[in-house]
Design a protein around this ligand. Sequence first.
Ligand code: CA
Length: 252
Amino acid sequence: MTQQKLLIVEDEEALARGLRFNFEHEGYEVLLAGDGERALQLFQETDPRCDLIILDLMLPGMSGYEICRKIRELDELVPILVLSARTLSEDKTMAFDCGTDQYMTKPFALPELLSRVRNLLDRHSRIPGQNQPNNGDTCEFGEVHVDFARYEIRVGEQVFEPTKTEMDLLRYFVHHDGRVLSRQEILTHVWGMDANVTTRTIDNFVMRLRKFIEKNPSDPAFLLSVRGTGYRFVSNGKSAEVSENDSDSETD
Ligand code: CA
């Protein structure tokens, strides 16, 4: 079994180090972030992703609530445990409203924290699609075989080695099979909130992905354009769809 990875967001250095020490002792890999910006950066850049996040609320800059909300935009499922000195019911409610799974108040008992983390990870690993090797990090559609962990796309005898961003984009499409995705949505989720790229960048990346996965990139079967909106990935191929006869067909 691969080592599970925790992201601890805590600005109190001594506490952060103490937590890291204890979780490493339990066999986890631990990433530390002292503020929200670093936390989001680590969360997005770490591949494969962190398995669980331990989140302080009172942090310099971005609050824990906001971090929680932003992480939920990127990942609906990753378990988040808030560890905070705030004990008011309103604080807990707000944290849960932002997508927190569990809330623990400081000071805390270490065995309880370890136990809660184990429990969350155990439940999370039983969510379908989360317990395959590499978190189900492969997929197949048509003759295309994608290995997200190895950054590899195979089509018959051909093997392509896409970049990380190309893989992230393809993963996002695959995870939203059949759904129309706006350029803005794609930008936010794949490139991050404040990324310095335009929607035109997405079009270029889609063109590159089509060269990997489509037999005829100018008449795509899987990665379809939705005029005026963005794109839609269909793993069954567009022939399985009702009368979608060109790459620019209007869909809603
Ligand atoms: Ca703090």
